[in-house]
Design a protein around this ligand. Sequence first.
Ligand SMILES: Cc1cc2nc3c(=O)[nH]c(=O)nc-3n(C[C@H](O)[C@H](O)[C@H](O)COP(=O)(O)OP(=O)(O)OC[C@H]3O[C@@H](n4cnc5c(N)ncnc54)[C@H](O)[C@@H]3O)c2cc1C
Length: 468
Amino acid sequence: MTQKFEALIIGLGPAGMAAAIELAHQRVHVTVVDENPEPGGQIYRQPPGDFVIEDKSFLGVRYRVGQDIIRQFNQLRDKITIFSETMAWGFFEGTTMALEHKGHIELVEFDKLILCEGAMERSIPFPGWTLPGIMTAGGLQKMIKYQRVLPGKRFLLSGASPLQLSVAASLVKDGAEVVALCEATRIKDSLKLVPEIIRQKGLFKEAVSYLFPVLKKSVPILRPYSVISASGDNRVREATIARVDENWTPIAGTERTFEVDTVSLGYGFMPVARLARLCGCAHAYDPVLKSWKPETDIFMQTSVANIYTAGDSSGVDGADLAEVEGRIAGTHAAAELGKMSMDERDRQLKSLFHTRGSMKRYSKVLNRVFSPRSGLFTIMEDDTIVCRCERITAKEVFAGIEKGFRNINEIKRTRVCMGPCQGRTCESIVTELMLQKGIPIEDIGHMTIRPPITPMPVFMFEEYARSL
Ligand SMILES: Cc1cc2nc3c(=O)[nH]c(=O)nc-3n(C[C@H](O)[C@H](O)[C@H](O)COP(=O)(O)OP(=O)(O)OC[C@H]3O[C@@H](n4cnc5c(N)ncnc54)[C@H](O)[C@@H]3O)c2cc1C
């Protein structure tokens, strides 16, 4: 059955919740879709309904901050149709989104679509990176905070991101041993953030709340260092790190090896814009994020009429800015639907634009400081796996480039980016390898995407076909 709404929002992180709140306040017939059971997105993730975390201090400062917008959203639940545990996987005929809910297909027609797909973590391969026990910082944080599971005893953290400090703080609070926190950026780079951190009281408090437990437990913070290899049998047992230069190229002779059972990798985030690509929204390559992202105007409208994108899916600027962008998109869409006067719209947008401007200053500096440098992409060996789903190695990717594949869609003929994750993890790695071989980004381009954007059970399509 097809349901019709004036506005459809995909993603219930800060951006999606904020957009929904604005639209519901303006009496727009709005529906929201998220694959998780509860609203919150990545940062304000709620533990599943039947799982109680008594000591909320484990959830950190950010969890408390998020309670405010979650409360606002929950107060409007009777005005919003919510599809939870639902995946948006296809876009058809310009105004219909296909959803999967518990193995069934639902279709939603919309006048305005706001995509708030969020961000995902960047992977940088090195020899041994696919061993069990090696995981991304965000994945590890999710286990510790929301599932209260410590997946190891001796941890090594490596990356270039403020998230590393937050993960280290969670680990030591839970009694884990952190043998080293390796940060690839230099202290002089991080100092560029200090004026903004001091200016924004909330940021300062948050930074101190992470730094204090880490310093108290005397966790060695090594910088500029990065993990360069790992070894083990059926699990990581040793990790080797090295000092890195300005370009993050490891410096020979500086290697140190640690006995560990878990390695966390935190090399920052990239926008998730699978649906934006599927909808045909124009994208531009962001050399700071080293990622493609949808182009938007000041109202968060994409190049496709009636489609907006807000939050990290439009540029990885953090939770606070995601919320402001969601409000901008929601306000603009409500006005376009004739629910508010242009004067009212302009009054609201004026203050949101002002807030966005001052927040952007901080996120710009942050993204520049932690922008991944190309040196780390040189530590792959011939047999290092680049595409985990299809087990394609660096050597096979280079062979494809030598054959003359200059476009990311052409190089898929080597089977790279062709597995179940559909290039989510390896597209950015392959792009970097192609850039290093001197192919311009305009020639490489980005992957085209086809529905379903994520693996779906075949019986679901059979059932749908029978129902027609
Ligand atoms: C793993 C991870 C850990 C992070 N940890 C921190 C941290 O500790 N501190 C910090 O300051 N920032 C952190 N961030 C960044 C922070 O989460 C974001 O800046 C912020 O959440 C952005 O909000 P958003 O609304 O744009 O996206 P998100 O909060 O990511 O919300 C997007 C939502 O959309 C859903 N979604 C996406 N596509 C679909 C689809 N096709 N169908 C259905 N649902 C879909 C996702 O499941 C998610 O719930 C983290 C990010 C990630 C990815």
